[in-house]
Design a protein around this ligand. Structure first.
Ligand code: FES
Length: 406
């Protein structure tokens, strides 16, 4: 036993000696390795990082390649093409992009659902459609000022309004009103192109046959796939081949299969109407999805019957401080943009958190249906200015938005 320990001791000592010699020679070996190394730059471009950048670009510079006027529906579609000729970011059918514009001295963003097939992204293309909104600051500009050849900045694809086979039924019943058809048109194209695999039944409400947006596009999709159905529902006229009235629970039951997910996208009035319909249908919450981009400001201001008042809004942005006025009928984000201050924003409906800012002092109103802040943000006084209205003088710390030069 004693002998064994003795041998073991000798072995350990030998390793230590080797270690010490090796350590002593380390600087020599290191210098040799440095002398022998190539003086070329180390490769820092990895395929995985390049793929991630292509899939999630913070911004894409695009050219308005074509404008399609849809006068009877009071809308215009813009075909946007990547300015550098490369592919556009891939998206899930139903997602939106945030368009960044400089109008006069104001920097603004607006979310628009993509209405084309994801397939077009490989050619660097996507379509968005803008509905006229008389008096609307950005929609007026897009409807009357933008022309073919103009350049615009758009974000990468955003939003959760797409079919997810783990979460949603294989059957989707889509309720659309007006320009709310755009994400469903994209889904229909994606099904036709074999990119998405679910059955889509669209109940599409319009006032009259003439005012139906994308009627011919929907008709041609129906000829190419059996997995999409479209039922037009006219509120202001009765015609053979069309349903008339509103999209009620009975109408949904008439066309829906046994198991389905209900997707809703449209103007404010449609969302309000559908609240009762969803209750009547008794669907579990996980089976109901609502697209909510850009609806908040209107929803709140139209419900607010207090007289308009103006408050002092102090905006702190890094080393700069701005003193501006904010109307009680506009969100803080609108006041900030109107004053020409660049603030980050994407969804404009309280969902994405992109505009998250720190409320230093002041009273605000945040409509319950748009308050999607994290619980911690509520305790630390962070707000989403895109859905927050002033109820007194405000001091707000806002991150700086980006508007890269082209
Ligand atoms: S822009 Fe998305 S939360 Fe404000």
């Amino acid at each position: 036993m004693k002998e064994k320990l003795q041998k073991l001791k000798v072995k350990i000592s030998s390793f230590k000696l080797k270690d010490m010699l090796s350590f002593k020679n380390l600087p020599l070996r290191r210098d040799k390795a440095i002398d022998a190394a190539s003086d070329k730059d180390i490769n820092t471009s990895f395929p995985i990082n390049n793929n991630a950048r292509e899939l999630h670009p913070p911004v894409q510079l695009m050219v308005i390649s074509r404008i399609i006027e849809r006068e009877t529906a009071g809308a215009r579609s813009l075909l946007l093409k990547k300015a550098d000729g490369t592919g556009a970011a891939w998206f899930r059918a139903g997602q939106y992009v945030s368009v960044k514009l400089k109008i006069g001295e104001s920097y603004v963003t607006r979310p628009y659902s993509i209405s084309s097939s994801p397939r077009l992204t490989k050619d660097g293309k996507l379509y968005i459609t803008v509905k006229e909104n008389p008096g609307g600051f950005v929609s007026d500009y897009i409807m009357s000022k933008l022309k073919e050849g103009d350049k615009v900045l758009v974000s990468g694809p955003e939003g959760q309004f797409y079919h997810d086979s783990l979460r949603d039924s294989k059957n989707v019943v889509a309720v659309a009103g007006g320009s709310g058809i755009t994400p469903f048109l994209s889904m229909a194209y994606a099904i036709r192109d074999g990119i998405e695999d679910f059955d889509l039944t669209i109940l599409y409400g319009s006032r009259t046959e003439d005012s139906i947006l994308f009627k011919s596009e929907l008709d041609s999709i129906l000829e190419e796939t059996d997995n999409v159905r479209v039922i037009h529902v006219l509120s202001d006229e009765r015609k053979e081949g069309f349903e008339s009235g509103y999209i009620t629970a009975d109408l949904i039951r008439k066309y829906a299969p046994d198991d389905y997910s209900l997707f809703i996208c449209g103007p404010e009035a449609l969302y309000r109407f559908m609240e009762g319909v969803v209750r009547e249908l008794g669907l579990p919450a996980r089976r109901v999805r609502r697209e909510i981009i850009g609806v908040s400001g209107k929803m709140v201001s139209s419900k607010d019957d207090r007289p308009e008042t103006f408050h002092d809004l102090t905006v702190i942005q890094g080393p700069e401080t701005f003193h501006i006025k904010a109307s009680s009928r506009e969100t803080l984000l609108v006041a900030i943009e109107r004053a020409g201050i660049m603030a980050p924003a994407k969804c404009r409906s309280g969902e994405c958190g992109w505009c998250r800012s720190k409320l230093i002092s002041g009273d605000v109103i945040i409509p319950e249906q748009n308050d999607r802040r994290r619980r911690m943000d509520k305790t630390t006084g962070h707000i989403h200015p895109c859905v927050t209205f002033p109820a007194g003088d405000i001091v707000l710390e806002v991150p700086r938005g980006d508007m890269p030069d082209d």
